[in-house]
Ligand binder design. Structure first.
Ligand code: COA
Length: 185
């Protein structure tokens, strides 16, 4: 797989996916994660919140990339904020390093801008530079969510949180503690 290969992006609502696409998404995730985390599921992948809309990348009809997002009203400093929670960011190993992940994040941001105020995601420290290179901004805040493992409340102070402008510019992000009012993505 090279940067000369034609890659087509599709933005698809989860409820409009056909069975073939669902199977392809499962295969993409299972190749990456099944040994460590078990099988991918559509409605609660690894216990995370599910995607309502998915950006899919195909090369010659083979799925090589996925980015999902789910609109949700959360609270920040006690006030309601509508975000697109981003998860399931995965590029097939042979297609990494050619800008596809950045391109797919951009497509997700364009799509969610009609629905939400900001994009939102949490990630491992090692991948923060990837999101920052794609225009996401790291913020520091206390975040409350429900555990992907058992649904109990979890509070973190230092795990990376990144936001992206959608309908509102990212400098409008309010001060204060964040409550995701559900599991992360
Ligand atoms: C992380 C991942 C999605 C990046 O996708 P990609 O298509 O390879 O990334 P791109 O080619 O679009 O890279 C865009 C920029 O991010 C940087 N980057 C890419 N992967 C990176 C990483 N793992 N760590 C730090 N920087 C990274 C690139 O150097 C590039 O910067 P540049 O434009 O200044 O050169 C991909 O490596 C992947 O699927 N990894 C496994 C799953 C994963 O970790 N997902 C993230 C879960 S939060």
């Amino acid at each position: 797989m090279t940067d000369r290969m034609h890659v087509e992006l599709q933005v698809v609502r989860d409820d409009a996916l056909d069975a073939g696409a669902v199977a392809a998404i499962g295969e993409l995730f299972d190749r990456e994660y099944s040994a460590e985390f078990g099988p991918w599921t559509r409605s609660a992948p690894y216990g995370y919140a599910p995607a309502a809309t998915r950006v899919l990348a195909f090369a010659d009809d083979v799925l090589i990339g996925h980015v999902g997002y789910q609109p949700r009203t959360i609270t920040v400093g006690g006030a309601a904020v509508v975000i697109g929670g981003v998860g399931g960011v995965l590029i097939a190993p042979a297609a990494r390093g050619i800008g596809l992940g950045a391109r797919m994040l951009h497509a997700a941001q364009q799509s969610m801008s009609a629905e939400v105020e900001f994009g939102y995601l949490g990630c491992r420290e090692e991948v923060v530079p990837f999101y920052e290179a794609a225009g996401w901004r790291r913020i520091t805040a206390r975040e409350r969510s429900l555990s992907r493992l058992d649904g109990t409340p979890v509070v973190t102070d230092s795990d990376p949180i990144l936001i992206r402008s959608a309908a509102r510019p990212d400098h409008d992000w309010p001060e204060g503690d964040i409550d995701l009012l559900g599991p992360p993505w």
